[in-house]
Design a protein around this ligand. Structure first.
Ligand code: VGL
Ligand code: ZN
Length: 197
């Protein structure tokens, strides 16, 4: 049985001053770095959108950021432009111990589909490859930290639990966008599928 720490989207755009800033997103970095030494594997995820991505409000004339639209795969929140491939905002927080990572998995690169989860795009069927990576390394126990608790951490944790991994989320090492009750809903949803909080 091997363990992995999955560090979700600790990128400049999700930290104060960034394009989609999560309040206090930067405060978790020192403790996340310290936690990395306690796992067999450390995996980082990186939100990585092409310019003009379909999850950006700017790609939908007249749509306001944080409004909802119906996509072929279901409802989608429209975000401010963020984590554009190669942009400074897509970089990891400068203090994150990136050198400790065994794997960096990028997601959200498909122009037509958003990808909150580290495992599947928002259609819930297109895989990122992370499941195969973990299984082929014999990793069964996952701990998740990062940004944002109510979106990418939430979707990643629920998918991992449903794929049969043993999953712990550390809410103290996450921060939430907390949009329209999303934080409370996320915590309840993760608990429902057996995620340890
Ligand atoms: C995220 C919204 C859009 C996240 C990514 O990392 O939680 N949220 N893209
Ligand atoms: Zn995104």
């Amino acid at each position: 049985m091997s363990t992995a720490l999955i560090v979700i989207d600790i990128q400049k755009d999700f930290c104060p001053g960034g394009a989609l800033a999560v309040p206090e997103g930067d405060l978790i970095v020192p403790e996340v770095n310290a936690l990395m030494t306690q796992f067999d594997a450390v995996i980082l995820t990186q939100d990585w959108h092409p310019a003009g991505h379909s999850s950006f409000a700017s790609s939908h004339p007249g749509a306001a950021p944080m409004s909802l639209i119906d996509m072929p795969y279901g409802p989608q929140v429209l975000w401010p432009d963020h984590c554009i491939q190669g942009s400074d905002g897509a970089n990891f927080h400068p203090d994150l111990a990136v050198d400790r990572a065994d794997l960096i998995i990028r997601k959200g690169y498909n122009p037509a589909i958003d990808s909150y989860s580290a495992f599947f795009e928002n259609d819930h069927t297109t895989p990122t490859g992370l499941e195969g990576y973990l299984k082929s390394r014999g990793i069964t126990q996952l701990t998740m930290v990062g940004l944002a608790l109510d979106f990418c951490v939430n979707y990643s944790a629920v998918d991992a639990a449903q794929l049969g991994f043993s999953v712990t989320v550390r809410p103290d090492l996450c921060r939430a966008i907390d949009f329209d009750g999303s934080k409370v809903r996320a915590l309840a949803g993760m608990a429902d599928v057996g995620v340890t909080l």
